[in-house]
Design a binder for this molecule. Structure first.
Ligand SMILES: [Zn+2]
Length: 610
């Protein structure tokens, strides 16, 4: 039996509201009396049960799906569903009465779509919906006066029109928050923000609101004191931070903790993140907060000093990621002041900032540094450790073959001027990396100190040759002898140094190419002298390991030659004439090349003659 005429649902109207209009429309009865007559319980309407939907569809001729879409169905223990979204009870506010006074006053118009009856909107009952987009007003929301008010018949729960007029006048205006818009779009099936879209709508909402509250009002704000308008603002701020996912969330968390630390430099994650931390750490409800928990947990572990074994957001911390100066000092026994200086001098901490609880360092990096400080010796103790003398110890440091704990510790650097024992051991193992192990030195083999006296070269030059693997004849005595355990051949050292020094400057071929002359011409320039009796081009003479003498030419010497002399071809080019013409002109002036053209493959003139 369908009651005629059909009374359709108004766009956005709740099932409860529509049912409340059926009585007056069809039977001149109040909404509740009509339902009683039809034996439909108010609770079944509130819960939008399938049974109730079936009965209403039969009576009114409205499709079951249309009725279902206008209600919030109970789908389990404290779980509810509207459209395709499932959420908990804090999101679907059955405990509160919510309305826009301006909307209800408009409904009173007898020629309007509801023929003068008040219309309850389904959207009003969702917690992040706090403003009326139509009127730009903050909604009126108050706790229910009893269980019966779950049945949000606006005729019963909202005040009379005179009171509504006053309310509408007193209500602050507000824009719809970005979070409310997101929720409304999501109910319409419109997605677009991965991180938020993949969690339950109430989890996404709560994450945005907690984040937003701390962003806008500080981490330690009193949430109970925030007004509906304040919450609207937090929803927008939180949504802006969360819409792009983890990066945006971490940026917001960073901003919140910075602000907390600006107010007080002391304390751990609770001091930094306040309400967000308390919400996730001491949660009283069983509601799963969703992915926000892992994001905040990772942020805390990545930026704050958290001891392993502590429980953070329901899970034990398995490894420390960051150290504060205090925790690093505590766990390594190195004094805080020493650590602070060392961290600044190694550039881990900014030099101009006074490090306090806010500053944490990578745990591994901090522990390695502390360990190096702990296991270090002064330079004065190196001779004993390495079996060398004081000068050699100082030269090892000066040449950077081993380093002090920090670069340039300066005077009064205290323990930081030390050298890590590990670095000295590492030096010895690099020094001894190649060579034949022997019991006794072979003929002609000496340690680097003796060899340096033989070849008259600094000990460190020889050490460097060994480290650079430039020597092939190496013998290794017992490691106990440390610095003196590596034997070299002075003859090889001499030859290799000579070879290496041969690498400086330009070769004959380089010079010939540069000047555009024969290679034999370079020899003529080197062996023949100018008017002052000086060779045209001086060479650096080196004796190679084979005993042959080699000639190299310093870059500056070649440049000097080019400044003093010029080839005919270049001169002609500079004068914009043919070489033949210039040669004839010079001949007329009795200016001659420095030597016969055939010797060099070019006619070269002294610039001073021109
Ligand atoms: Zn309104």
């Amino acid at each position: 039996m369908v009651m005629l005429p059909v009374l359709p649902l108004i766009e956005g109207e709740s099932t409860v509201s529509w049912c409340s209009r059926l009585g007056p429309f069809h039977a001149g009865l109040s909404g509740p009396d009509f339902l009683k007559l039809m034996q439909i319980s108010r609770q079944s309407v509130v819960d939008t049960t399938d049974d109730c939907i079936g009965r209403l569809a039969d009576l009114t001729g409205i499709a079951a799906d249309r009725i279902r879409a206008s209600g919030v169905q109970r789908v389990g223990e404290a779980r509810f569903k509207h459209g395709d979204e499932v959420f908990g009870m804090r999101f679907a506010l059955r405990t509160h009465t919510t309305f826009c006074p301006a909307c209800l006053l408009e409904d009173a118009d007898p020629s309007g779509p509801s023929a003068g009856r008040r219309v309850g909107r389904i959207g009003w009952m969702f917690s992040p919906v706090r403003t009326c987009p139509r009127h730009g007003l903050v909604l009126h929301r108050r706790p229910n006066n009893g269980f019966h008010e779950q049945f949000q018949d606006m005729t019963l729960v909202a005040p009379d029109d005179a009171a509504l007029e006053k309310l509408a006048g007193d209500t602050p205006s507000a824009n719809t928050s970005a979070l409310q818009s997101y929720v409304e779009r999501r109910f319409d099936g419109v997605l677009g923000y991965d991180w938020l879209d993949t969690q339950d709508i109430d989890q996404a909402t709560r994450a945005c609101e907690m984040l937003g509250a701390c962003l806008v009002f500080g981490a330690h704000t009193n949430l109970d004191r925030l007004s509906l308008g304040d919450w609207s603002e937090t929803g927008s701020a939180g949504f802006e931070a969360a819409r792009d996912g983890v990066d945006g969330l971490r940026k917001a968390l960073d901003e919140i903790s910075r602000e907390s630390f600006r107010r007080s430099s002391k304390g751990g994650p609770q001091a930094a993140l306040g309400r967000i931390y308390q919400w996730l750490q001491f949660k009283k409800s069983k509601t799963d907060p969703g992915p926000i928990r892992d994001v905040v947990r990772e942020f805390v572990l990545d930026t704050m000093s958290i001891d392993p074994g502590n429980t953070l957001f329901g899970r034990p911390v398995d490894a420390r990621r960051r150290h504060s100066l205090a925790s690093l000092s505590r766990s390594t026994g190195v004094h805080q002041a020493t650590l602070r200086r060392a961290l600044k001098l190694t550039g881990v901490l900014p030099a101009d900032v006074d490090a306090d609880d806010r500053f944490t360092v990578d745990a591994g990096q901090g522990e390695r540094l502390a360990d190096r400080i702990h296991n270090s010796i002064p330079i004065s103790k190196i001779p004993n450790y390495l079996n060398c003398n004081r000068t050699q110890a100082q030269m090892l440091v000066k040449r950077g073959i081993v380093s002090q704990l920090v670069p340039d510790p300066g005077r009064g650097g205290g323990v930081l001027t030390n050298v890590a024992v590990r670095d000295l051991d590492d030096f010895i193992s690099r020094f001894r990396a190649h060579g034949t192990t022997v019991r006794q030195a072979s003929d002609g083999m000496f340690d680097a100190i003796v060899a340096s006296e033989v070849v008259r070269r600094p000990v460190m030059d020889i050490v460097q040759l060994v480290l650079d693997r430039k020597l092939t004849s190496l013998e290794l005595l017992s490691e106990d002898l440390g610095f003196r355990s590596v034997l070299v051949s002075p003859d090889e050292v001499r030859a290799v140094i000579s070879d290496l020094e041969g690498e400086i400057g330009l070769s004959v071929h380089d010079v010939a190419a540069r000047l555009g002359i024969f290679t034999s011409g370079v020899t003529h320039l080197r062996t023949k002298v100018d008017r002052s009796g000086r060779p045209f081009l001086r060479s650096l003479e080196t004796v190679a390991s084979s005993g042959t003498v080699r000639h190299r030419f310093a870059e500056e010497e070649v440049q000097r030659f080019q400044a003093d002399y010029v080839a005919l071809a270049d001169l002609a080019r500079a004068r914009g004439k043919a070489p033949k013409v210039v040669a004839m002109e010079l001949r007329k002036l009795d200016i001659k090349p420095i030597m016969r053209r055939e010797l060099l493959n070019a006619a070269i003139y002294r610039r001073a003659d021109l």
